[in-house]
Design a protein around this ligand. Structure first.
Ligand code: PBG
Length: 329
């Protein structure tokens, strides 16, 4: 049967029916909001490339966490930006580091908030690479020991989930063993499995002050041209004990999200990264696009591709739109 007997528009004209037949919905339960912890008190450093975002000292960060919890966001992803950076990133595993303090304070004030901590070295090293250097390259195996220490320090502070984002080979296994050894066998690992070497991380590096001081990250992060390799990365992380896997960035990598969803029975998390956020904010501020409809379309597309959860800087705004009942209008 074809046109004129078949008319697909019949199911589109009525708005109630159209809404009922929507195959994909975006719920606040599936959004994770990133926050950036810095040392000191009463410090709020906005960053122009990420409107609405900034580095916050723990006292202000906890207030922000309380505000978004009240809006209905139940999960945060924490990054730490230390005052002192050194060759090996030794601030990363300090018991009283900014991120460890932020984890403790959020869990104290908001025990029901799910706290995920990013585990990486690039915010802590003075060269800005995600591990220890050997010459001009990152020494994979020497870095594993440090990442394990960082993950354990986060778990000790009360992190509900640890999320390694460094892209070293073997880090999921190393972190799993270290957590188990310290009696944190209940702490899940969200692995940044298919993390690409991407220009979309630019604004994040402004906020985290984590740009590499020489070279780039393409010796450890994935080549954007590669699709099948993402499945090998995910398979390896799962074999090493990852509980959830991530694809990052999201928008330019919807094919990867779909592939991972179809190939594995693990929850898939997509990171709608800083550059994706900044582009929307910039265009919306010029009135070149409608921000609400654009964000709805982006969130919906990422979910439609197969993401179970989305990490996004838009989360509080989405919560407000949902509360006002206008998000999907
Ligand atoms: C740390 C890390 C990065 C992001 C998350 N964790 C930056 C990078 O790899 O350079 C980027 C997130 C974003 O752009 O929003 N390795």
């Amino acid at each position: 049967m074809g046109y004129p007997e078949l008319r697909l528009r019949r199911l589109r004209e009525n708005p109630v029916l159209r809404n009922m037949l929507s195959e994909t919905t975006v719920s606040l339960d599936q959004l994770i909001y990133p926050l950036f912890a810095t040392e000191g008190t009463k410090i709020s450093c906005p960053v122009s490339s990420m409107p609405g975002m900034g580095r916050l000292s723990v006292d202000l960060l906890v207030e922000e966490a309380a505000r978004i919890f009240e809006l209905g966001i139940k999960a945060v992803l924490l990054f730490g930006i230390p005052e002192n950076k050194d060759e090996i990133g030794s601030s990363a595993w300090q018991e009283n580091g900014a991120v460890q303090a932020a984890i403790r304070e959020i869990k104290k004030l908001l025990p029901e908030m799910l706290v995920i901590s990013d585990v990486c070295m690039c915010e802590y090293t003075n060269h800005g690479h995600c591990g220890i250097l050997s010459g001009n390259a990152v020494d994979n195996d020497a870095t594993l020991e440090l990442l394990s220490r960082v993950a354990v320090s986060h778990a000790r502070a009360g992190a509900d989930i640890v999320a390694p984002s460094d892209m070293m080979d073997g880090r999921v296994g190393a972190i799993r063993r270290a957590l188990d050894h310290e009696s944190f066998s209940q702490v899940p690992i969200l692995a940044y499995s298919a993390k690409y070497s991407s220009a979309f991380y630019g604004p994040f590096r402004d906020i985290a002050q984590s740009s590499p001081q020489f070279g780039d990250r393409s010796g450890y992060q994935m080549n954007p041209a590669n699709r099948r390799e993402a499945l090998r990365e995910v398979a390896l992380d799962i074999e090493e004990g990852a509980d959830m896997v991530m694809v990052k960035p999201a928008l330019a990598y919807l094919d990867i999200i779909a592939d991972v969803k179809n190939a594995f029975l693990y929850p898939v998390v997509a990171y709608n990264v800083s550059g994706e956020y900044a582009m929307v904010k910039a265009a919306a501020s010029m009135n070149w696009i409608d921000e609400r409809r654009t964000v709805w379309e982006i969130m919906t597309a990422i979910k439609r591709a197969g993401a179970d959860l989305i990490i996004t800087y838009h989360a509080p705004q989405v919560a407000l739109w949902i509360r006002e009942g206008v998000f999907h209008k």
